[in-house]
Design a protein around this ligand. Structure first.
Ligand code: ADP
Ligand code: MG
Length: 453
C-alpha cells in the first residue's frame, strides 16, 4: 500500500516535490487513525507536515484507509546532526535555526494548527475583546447558542489566531468532539478533488460527521459557484444537527461581493463580531508579550526604553507587520552586535516605518472636527461665515495642513473650492490663537489624538 500511496503522491505533487520531500519518508504504520512516517530530520518532518500533510492525508483517505491524522517522527538514535550535518551544525551554534518548539498534536484538522496561536498567547484589548469573548465561549464546547460565529476584520488582526485557539482549547475541554479547521481555499480544493476523483460521497460524509467546523477566509469562495453550493449544503446539514460552525472573513457577510444571498443571510443568522483595527494600547500589549519571546532567544541584547512605545505608535497597520518588525529588529541587532535603540530602529526598519505610516485623509479630519464641534459636515465645508462654523472650519484646515501632505490648493478644493490664500489665512489664524486660547489648544490636541489613533 505504501507503494500505491507513493504512486498517488507522485502524481499529486509532481516529480520535483516528490523526490525532495516524499521520497525520504519511510512509512511506519497506521494505528488508531494516525499514520506515522519516519523522517530523517525534524526539519523535513515539519516541512512535509506543513506543505504536504494535507495531501498525504487526503490520498490515504482516498485509498480507503482509516486515517484522520498524519504524524512524522525522527526515529530514536538517528540524530539530525548525523543525517543532516548542515542543519546539525547550525543548530549547535544556536544562531540562525529556530529551535522548533515542541509541536502539540493537532486535533483532527484538515489544516495544521499553529502551536503559537493559543488563547494564552492572545492579547486582549478594546478592539478585540468581543471577538475574544465569543471565541472563548465557543471553545468551552457547551451547547450551541449562536450559530455560526462569524468573525471578520482586516488582515492581520487575529482571526486565524482565534480560530486556532478555539481548536486547541476544544481539544482539552471536549476531546470527544471532531473539530475541523480549514481555509475556504482548502475546502474548495478538497471539493474539487472529490469531484474529480468521484469521491463526493466521501466528501459529504467527511464534512457531515464533523462536530465543530471552522472555515477561515470564507470570502475566498465568492464567485465560485459550485463550491458555494456545496458549502451551503454542508453548512445547513451541520446547523440542522446543531453542530457549531465558525467562519471568518475579511469583511461583514453582507459586504462580500459575489456571495449568494442565501449564504449571506445564513452567515448573519448567528453572532457576527468584528475585530477592530488595533489601538495603541493593544499594539503595545502585543509587543510587550512578543518581546519576551525574543529576549529569551537573544538574552544578550539590551532594549532601550521607549522602543516598544515608538513601534506601537508608528506601526499601526496590522499585527503581523508589528511582529515581523520586532523579529527583524532582534535578528538585526544580534547580527551587527548593537543594542536595540531608537537609532537602530530607524536603521533597521526604515522601509516598514515608511510603509506603515497611516495616511489621514482630509475627509476624515473634516468629519471628526464637525463631530467634535457638533455641527453638520455640510455647514463646515459650506460658505456660511458665522463663528460657529468658521472656527471649526479653520481648525479643520489647520489640522489638514499639519497631518496630511496635501498642498494648500488641494486642501482648498476639499473645502468647497476655496482659494489657497483662504486656507493659509485659516491656518495662520489658528496658529496664532492657539498660543493664547487654552480651550482651543485643548480641542486641537484632542482632535489630533483621535485622528492619529
Ligand atoms: P488574520 O487571520 O486576521 O489575518 P492572524 O490571526 O493570522 O490574522 O494574525 C496575524 C499575526 O498577528 C499572528 O502571528 C498572530 O499571532 C498575531 N496576532 C494578532 N492579534 C493578536 C493578539 N491580539 N495577540 C497576540 N498576537 C496577535
Ligand atoms: Mg487569517
Amino acid at each position: 500500500q505504501w507503494g500505491m500511496l507513493q504512486g498517488n503522491l507522485l502524481k499529486a505533487v509532481g516529480k520535483n516535490n516528490y523526490s525532495s520531500w516524499i521520497e525520504p519518508l519511510d512509512f511506519d504504520d497506521v494505528r488508531d487513525g494516525v499514520a506515522t512516517f519516519n523522517v530523517p530530520t525534524t526539519f523535513l518532518g515539519n516541512y512535509v507536515k506543513q506543505n504536504f500533510g494535507d495531501q498525504i492525508l487526503y490520498q490515504m483517505m482516498g485509498m480507503g484507509l482509516n486515517v484522520s491524522r498524519v504524524h512524522f517522527t525522527v526515529p530514536v538514535g538517528q540524530s539530525p546532526a548525523v543525517s543532516n550535518p548542515v542543519e546539525g551544525a547550525a543548530a549547535a551554534e544556536g544562531a540562525f535555526v529556530e529551535v522548533a518548539p515542541q509541536k502539540r498534536e493537532a486535533p483532527f484538522a484538515a489544516a495544521p494548527l499553529d502551536s503559537k496561536f493559543t488563547f494564552a498567547n492572545f492579547v486582549v484589548g478594546k478592539p478585540n475583546e468581543l471577538a475574544h469573548a465569543a471565541a472563548k465561549r465557543v471553545a468551552e464546547g457547551g451547547p450551541v447558542t449562536f450559530n455560526p460565529l462569524f468573525l471578520y476584520g482586516g488582515v492581520g488582526l487575529g482571526k486565524t489566531h482565534l480560530m486556532h485557539a478555539i481548536a486547541w482549547e476544544l481539544q482539552t475541554s471536549r476531546p470527544d468532539l471532531n473539530v475541523v479547521y480549514l481555509s475556504a481555499e482548502q475546502f474548495m480544493y478538497r471539493f474539487v478533488q472529490a469531484l474529480r476523483d468521484r469521491k463526493m460521497m466521501d466528501f459529504k460524509e467527511l464534512f457531515r460527521s464533523v462536530d465543530v467546523l471552522m472555515v477561515d477566509d470564507v470570502q475566498f469562495i465568492a464567485g465560485k459557484d459550485s463550491t458555494q453550493e456545496e458549502f451551503f449544503h454542508t453548512f445547513n446539514a451541520l446547523v440542522d444537527q446543531r453542530k457549531q460552525i465558525i467562519i471568518s472573513a475579511d469583511r461583514a457577510p453582507g459586504e462580500i461581493k459575489d456571495l449568494e444571498e442565501r449564504i449571506k443571510s445564513r452567515l448573519q443568522c448567528g453572532l457576527v463580531v468584528d475585530l477592530h483595527p488595533t489601538d495603541y494600547e493593544l499594539r503595545l500589549g502585543i509587543l510587550q508579550s512578543k518581546v519576551e519571546v525574543q529576549q529569551a532567544q537573544y538574552p544578550e541584547l539590551s532594549l532601550e526604553a521607549g522602543v516598544l512605545e515608538f513601534l506601537a505608535h508608528r506601526i499601526s497597520t496590522n499585527v503581523r507587520v508589528l511582529e515581523g518588525a520586532l523579529t527583524r529588529l532582534f535578528a538585526f541587532a544580534s547580527l551587527v552586535g548593537r543594542p536595540i535603540t531608537l537609532e537602530l530602529v530607524q536603521d533597521c526598519l526604515a522601509d516598514v516605518l515608511r510603509n506603515s505610516e497611516r495616511k489621514i485623509s482630509v475627509e476624515e479630519i473634516q468629519r471628526k472636527v464637525s463631530e467634535h464641534y457638533n455641527i453638520r459636515l455640510s455647514d463646515m465645508i459650506g460658505p456660511k461665515r458665522v463663528r460657529t462654523y468658521a472656527r471649526p472650519r479653520q481648525v479643520a484646515m489647520y489640522l489638514c495642513k499639519q497631518l496630511t501632505s496635501r498642498s494648500l490648493p488641494e486642501i482648498g478644493r476639499c473645502f468647497g473650492g476655496r482659494d489657497h490664500t483662504t486656507i493659509m489665512y485659516g491656518v495662520r489664524k489658528i496658529e496664532d490663537m492657539r498660543a493664547q486660547d487654552g480651550q482651543l489648544a485643548e480641542d486641537i490636541e484632542i482632535l489630533r489624538r483621535i485622528l492619529e489613533a
